[in-house]
Write a protein that binds this ligand. Structure first.
Ligand code: DAH
Length: 429
């Protein structure tokens, strides 16, 4: 509530120490005991834990937070940037509506079949071991990657989709590792006509992907059931899609390179690397989807590509965020740097102090016949000029007009914080 004071400058100061560095606020989950419940409920579904259950209270708290949906979180900014770009660039030929379906609310508990076995080669890449995976019971775990949803979504009939969300892996916590992180998965399936254009000879069987030689075998360039033409055409589409997405994120001038890779659910497979800030950064993994994966989802006449991007790693370099734990910070010194920004804007994080904030509200009458927004920029400048380095944030929080007396007043909230020491209320005053 605005306080229109007796004096022209009515000053209200409030000391509010905030959590210090977010890195310190989160202890490692290993320090906490697993607390098993009768029923485990997540995303509106219930599961019965068994002896394999290994979710710590710390990871349960992470599940509740949903930072990707918080609009002032840089991960949300990056997600919107990718989605906006994909929607603008890829549209359905007829009505020009977005081609890709965005799947953001898939249940985060998946079956071990979805997480590992639908991907054909259970052993490597995304490990099945309880020391690496959060299990709810023998059949269910927290998704360790968004690829876990490929099978279900293809089975539902989707041909072009992005799956976006939080994924969980048991990991030591450090500057670049955290048990929860975020991924965007992309899948695109093509019929023969979509990929190679309409056939002149309608008698040929479109389902033979797409006209495989009889001695078909798996070679580095392709899978058994694929024709080299279908694979090459898919590869071109995939690489064009991802290179242009990469240009959007890192700028057209950033150097890129394709590196051969191995993933259990694609063949051939690649990683895309970008030269950014003086080093090669691995941006994503991708490849031509294993045909058996499509078949197991009931898709018999299409070929497809898939990719997976980790959002934290990219957000850290794009926004200059030095520690993955900062994404979980509730410190307004961090979040206010991203709040209200447009996805395409160039934002660079400025390190926040580990010392507590001191919050100070200031209210005053405007000179007669001044309009509300006449003064706001000047007030911001004045506060920053006087407060200098100690002013972390300034925000107009309230405006009030007393029509009878023809008086207008405004309240600003100033957040003070020093890099050197904990400020006191008296110093700020
Ligand atoms: N699921 C992989 C991971 O978590 C990323 C990935 C790689 C996804 C290649 C894909 C892909 O769809 O084709 O590391």
């Amino acid at each position: 509530m605005l306080q229109t004071g007796r004096r022209c400058f009515s000053v209200l100061a409030r000391c509010q120490p905030m959590a210090t560095s977010s890195a310190r606020a989160y202890s490692t989950e290993n320090a906490q005991k697993v607390e098993k419940k009768e029923i485990f409920e997540l995303d509106g579904r219930q599961y019965t834990p068994d002896a394999l259950y290994n979710l710590s209270p710390a990871v349960r708290r992470l599940l509740d937070r949903r930072i990707l949906q918080e609009t002032s979180n840089p991960l949300n900014l990056l997600k919107r940037r990718v989605v906006d770009y994909v929607h603008q660039t890829y549209r359905k030929p007829g009505n020009r509506s977005p081609l890709f379906t965005i799947c953001e609310s898939e249940p985060r508990v998946v079956t071990t079949y979805q997480n590992f076995d639908s991907l054909l080669t259970p052993e490597d890449h995304v490990s099945r071991r309880p020391s690496d995976t959060y299990y709810v019971n023998r059949e269910h775990c927290l998704r360790a990657h968004t690829s876990a949803h490929q099978h279900t979504l293809m089975k539902q009939g989707l041909d072009a989709f992005l799956v976006i969300g939080d994924v969980y892996r048991r990991d030591e916590v450090d500057r670049t590792h955290y048990p929860c992180f975020h991924q965007i998965e992309g899948v695109r399936l093509y019929t023969r006509d979509e990929l190679l254009g309409k056939k002149s000879d309608a008698s040929e069987n479109a389902a033979e992907l797409f006209t495989v030689p009889p001695d078909a075998s798996r070679v580095p360039e392709k899978q058994e059931s694929h024709s080299i033409d279908a694979v090459k055409a898919s590869e071109i589409q995939l690489k064009q899609f991802l290179e242009s997405l990469c240009d959007e994120l890192f700028g057209k001038d950033a150097e890129k390179r394709w590196v051969d890779a191995y993933f259990p659910f694609t063949h051939p497979s690649w990683e895309l690397e970008v030269f950014y800030n003086g080093q090669w950064l691995e941006v994503l993994g991708c490849g031509i989807m294993e045909q058996k994966l499509l078949e197991s989802a009931g898709v018999t006449d299409k070929i497809g590509w898939a990719f997976g991007i980790g959002l934290e790693r990219i957000a850290m370099v794009l926004y200059g965020i030095p520690d993955i734990r900062l994404f979980w910070s509730k410190d307004t010194g961090f979040l206010s740097q991203f709040a209200g920004k447009q996805p395409g804007e160039d934002v660079k994080y400025k390190q926040i102090s580990a010392h507590p904030q001191v919050i100070f509200d200031i209210s005053f009458f405007l000179p007669d016949s001044t309009e509300f927004n006449d003064m706001t920029s000047d007030v911001y400048d004045t506060i920053r000029t006087i407060g200098g380095e100690l002013v972390e944030q300034v925000k107009l929080t309230d405006e009030f007009e007393n029509k009878k007396k023809a008086k207008k007043s405004q309240t600003y909230r100033i957040v003070y914080r020093s890099h050197e020491k904990a400020l006191t209320k008296e110093e700020v005053r």
